[in-house]
Design a binder for this molecule. Structure first.
Ligand SMILES: C[S@@+](CC[C@H](N)C(=O)[O-])C[C@H]1O[C@@H](n2cnc3c(N)ncnc32)[C@H](O)[C@@H]1O
Length: 425
């Protein structure tokens, strides 16, 4: 007897979820990670959810190149938001970048255009495959990002972004005890670019690596480990005003500080508590909005790792290349300005505040600090000296630190960050 309903195409659910993810990022401006839960609802197997994420992330990494192929193979340019375009992006990225056999790549997406231009999708995909289509070794950047970053940082920086986007970033670990750097570099078969840092080439499951269960380290990009280093060690109270998921708060605690780890997100603070328990370091966790909360008295050390557009972590989160524009940058810069103005007021005379963002936008870094300095005669930059930084990264002449794509490229690069250490006179 003929089945009443056709059997579901194996792998279709993951492709449908990938389509929803692309839609969430490109049309609704949602972060990929935020959209993941809703897009993969009803998918039981973790490997199918991971596949959906991998397809969408790779499609975002390769979007301008995929679109150039599609546009070169269609007589009439498909609208930017046409479902057929997104379905073709998903099929092509699997066949050309993820190693999916072309027949599987197309047969698992065609049901997604049921009742739509199935023949067109099939025809465009087939003609591209027959024509030997390939993707360039280094992905092209979307024009609006290329122009923005080229205006701020120059063409050499932009040229360094594409290779950085092509390869998955290495896994960086921060050690609880920097004195054990040689031991863990050896046990993890990694390389170390700074005391307390190990870079691991093999990107396998983190929980399986030596030292995870023992709480010897946590995952943290090398650039992200620099701001807490700039506060040095101490045994006083240190405020970490935007603490979750906790990498920098743990660094401060490991350096002896009594850390008040504040964040407004109770859910994200659960991760902080889990991480602190695994590592075995004490943190005083406070759920509060830094724009409303205030400490009891002046403090000597503050870390403000402010919420930002996160364009500096494009290697891990390529959705920032499509979600972030001038409006988002201006909104974040305004929020950061308010947080910074409030936080410097809490500093004791001689106290230090490290301000950091994982953004490649000067509005969220250099410009914000210059505006603060112009408004506050009692605040100055406490310049970072070269010996506080890993070899290959130098402080800016103004005393702050800017990491850019292209730095340490031969060793695997690092995230884009801005950090400045301020002192209250
Ligand atoms: C860049 S992340 C912090 C990363 C963290 N410092 C680390 O090293 O793991 C920014 C954090 O700021 C928090 N946040 C955003 N607005 C806030 C506010 N008004 N008050 C407190 N935390 C806030 C977010 O919940 C987010 O966890």
């Amino acid at each position: 007897m003929k089945p009443r309903y056709p059997a579901p195409t194996p792998g279709l659910a993951a492709r449908r979820a990938a389509l929803k993810l692309l839609d969430a990022v490109l049309r609704r401006g949602q972060p990929l990670e935020t959209a993941l839960h809703a897009a993969t609802q009803g998918i039981d197997k973790p490997e199918d959810r991971a596949l959906a994420h991998a397809i969408a992330a790779e499609a975002l990494r390769r979007l301008p190149d995929l679109d150039a192929l599609i546009d070169g193979a269609t007589a009439k340019i498909l609208p930017e938001d046409a479902k057929a375009r997104s379905v073709l992006r998903i099929a092509l990225v699997q066949a050309l970048a993820l190693g999916t056999p072309p027949h599987a790549a197309i047969s698992t997406v065609l049901p997604l255009v049921d009742g739509g231009p199935k023949r067109l999708v099939h025809g465009v995909f087939g003609s591209l495959m027959r024509g030997g289509a390939t993707l360039p070794e280094h992905p092209a950047l979307p024009p609006h990002v290329r122009d923005r970053w080229s205006a701020h940082w120059g063409d050499a920086m932009v040229a360094a972004v594409s290779p950085a986007l092509a390869a998955p970033p290495p896994l960086d670990l921060t050690l609880k005890d920097p004195a054990e750097t040689a031991r863990w570099t050896d046990e993890l078969a990694g390389t170390s670019l700074a005391p307390g840092h190990v870079r691991v080439a093999d990107n396998g499951p983190v929980k399986g690596l030596p030292g995870f269960d023992a709480g010897a380290w946590w995952v943290q990009d090398l650039a992200a480990s620099l701001p807490a280093r700039l506060l040095g060690s101490g045994d006083d109270v240190a405020l970490d005003l935007c603490a979750a998921p906790g990498g920098k708060a743990l660094q401060l605690a490991a350096s002896g500080w009594r850390v008040k780890a504040l964040d407004r997100s109770a859910r994200r603070l659960e991760r902080v508590a889990e991480n602190a328990a695994r590592i075995g370091l004490p943190l005083d966790i406070v759920t509060a909005d830094a724009l409303e909360w205030a400490p009891d008295g002046p403090v000597r050390a503050i870390l403000l790792d402010a919420p930002c557009t996160a364009t500096g972590i494009f290697r891990r989160h390529p959705d920032v290349l499509y979600r972030i524009g001038e409006k988002e940058i201006a909104e974040m810069a305004a929020l950061q300005g308010r947080m910074l103005a409030r936080a410097v007021d809490w500093l004791a005379p001689g106290g230090r505040l490290v301000y950091a963002t994982c953004s490649l936008e000067p509005e969220e870094g250099e410009n914000g600090i210059e505006a603060l300095l112009a408004a506050r005669a009692d605040i100055a930059i406490d310049p970072v000296s070269p010996d506080e930084l890993p070899a290959g990264i130098s402080p800016h002449a103004r005393g702050w630190v800017r990491t850019l794509p292209g730095m340490l490229a031969e060793q695997g690069g690092l995230d884009g960050f801005f950090m400045a250490r301020l002192i209250r006179r």
